[in-house]
Design a protein around this ligand. Structure first.
Ligand code: CDP
Length: 217
């Protein structure tokens, strides 16, 4: 394999993949891209302009013009932004427009960590390490609810659980295969794990991949 050491971290909503990706980036000194931010930014920008996020043409045009600065907006972290993201993410026009940016990030000479839904399948199918991070819907809902409450959002646990189930159906209900777990991704179920335990388990998976990568590159 040519290029740097790439770590793909995929998984469903609020599975903890973002925390794991950031931890791996710090440990291996690799830049990290939270690809969900790209979809969130497209949805939030469209809403700000009064546009319909279900309009594939407009959504694709918005994705094509996205800039790095637009990923810094704290509004991208809200519950509403997550919902908008999953609506614009169903459009092939949006996924295609965001492909080059993500592939460019993954192709950096020094390597990279990317977290999302289709990193191991579409964006970086040759990634040296692939993780698929998951947890049960109630556990994910509890974690996301705590996170949103800490951000000051007034939302109930039941609402968050309903969001998670809707998003699982929408994200997993697409025709194209990319949203599934890559065949060569290692499953990491963090339902019974603390953040530290999940981070340790992720590092062990990556260490094994790194040993293989070192001998093959
Ligand atoms: O953790 P959570 O799923 O809430 O947030 P996210 O990773 O920012 O993703 C928000 C939404 O964007 C997901 O529900 C997906 O519909 C979409 N997404 C995607 O389609 N592909 C990606 N690589 C990342 C996010």
């Amino acid at each position: 394999m040519s290029g740097g050491f790439v770590i793909a971290v995929d998984g469903p909503a609020a599975s903890g993949k973002g925390t794991i990706a950031v931890g791996l980036g710090a440990h291996y000194r690799l830049p990290v891209l939270d690809t969900g931010l790209l979809y969130r930014a497209v949805g939030v920008l469209m809403q700000g302009r009064g546009q319909d996020p279900d309009d594939a043409g407009l959504a694709g045009a918005t994705a094509a013009r996205l800039t790095a600065e637009q990923l810094q907006d704290p509004a991208l972290r809200t519950r509403a932004a997550g919902e908008l993201a999953s609506r614009v993410a169903v459009h092939a026009s949006v996924r295609d427009a965001l492909l080059a940016f993500q592939r460019g990030f993954a192709g950096q000479a020094g390597g990279a960590v990317l977290d999302g839904r289709d990193i191991g399948t579409v964006i970086a199918p040759d990634a040296a390490a692939k993780l698929f991070v998951t947890a049960t819907p109630p556990v994910r809902a509890r974690r996301r609810w705590s996170q949103l409450a800490a951000q000051g959002e007034a939302v109930t646990y039941d609402d968050v659980l309903a969001d998670i189930r809707t998003r699982d159906a929408r994200d997993g209900g697409r025709d194209e295969a990319p949203m599934r777990r890559a065949d060569d991704a290692v499953l990491l179920d963090t339902s019974e794990m603390t953040i530290e335990q999940a981070a340790d388990a992720a590092r062990r998976i990556v260490e094994a991949a790194r040993a293989r990568w070192n001998t093959s590159s």
